[in-house]
Design a protein around this ligand. Structure first.
Ligand code: HEM
Length: 136
């Protein structure tokens, strides 16, 4: 019998399918930026070409951090610091918007999207978001 894929595997495969479409990340930022003026202001000086590459890496990082990979955890702590109240000052409530924007966008781009895949995204990104919020 084949083993059931783990949430990490489901998440990574789904991310790969999403990222295979170049429109995925721009579609996410479009949605995210338009959820509030506050978010739009935060990104007013942002070079989206760079930001797009960074989101791809961040998603892989999220999967690694969830299963306790040392490099991923270390980098997540760095991200938590750049986003905390003394730096980018990303208030905890903004993470909810980030979370819902990325999951909605993924559901539109992953042609194999189902409840299990959605649960995997929620679980993995939920952990990361909780971590970022705790360190705010
Ligand atoms: C778990 C969620 C998130 C991850 C993994 C993440 C990751 C990153 C990374 C890797 C960078 C670039 C390096 C750095 O400055 O640290 C960055 C920059 C940034 N992030 Fe996030 N981020 C997250 C959530 C958010 C949220 C909710 C906001 C809300 C507005 C946000 C706003 C920004 C801004 C404004 C920058 C700087 C962009 C610039 O260079 O102009 N991030 N993020």
């Amino acid at each position: 019998m084949m083993d059931e894929p783990t949430p990490k595997e489901l998440f990574l495969k789904s991310t790969e399918r999403c990222l295979a479409n170049e429109a995925f990340i721009p579609a996410f930022y479009d949605r995210f930026i338009n959820t509030s003026d506050e978010i739009r202001r935060k990104f007013r000086f942002t070079d989206f070409e760079k930001q797009n590459k960074m989101l791809r890496r961040s998603l892989e990082l999220c999967a690694g951090a969830t299963t306790g990979e040392a490099d991923s955890l270390a980098e997540m702590n760095m991200r938590a610091k750049t986003h905390d109240r003394d730096h980018l000052n990303i208030a905890p409530r903004l993470y909810d918007l980030w979370f819902e924007s990325i999951i909605t966008t993924a559901s539109e781009f992953d042609d194999q999207w189902d409840d299990k895949i959605e649960a995997a995204w929620r679980r993995i990104l939920g952990h990361v978001v909780q971590h970022m919020i705790r360190k705010y």
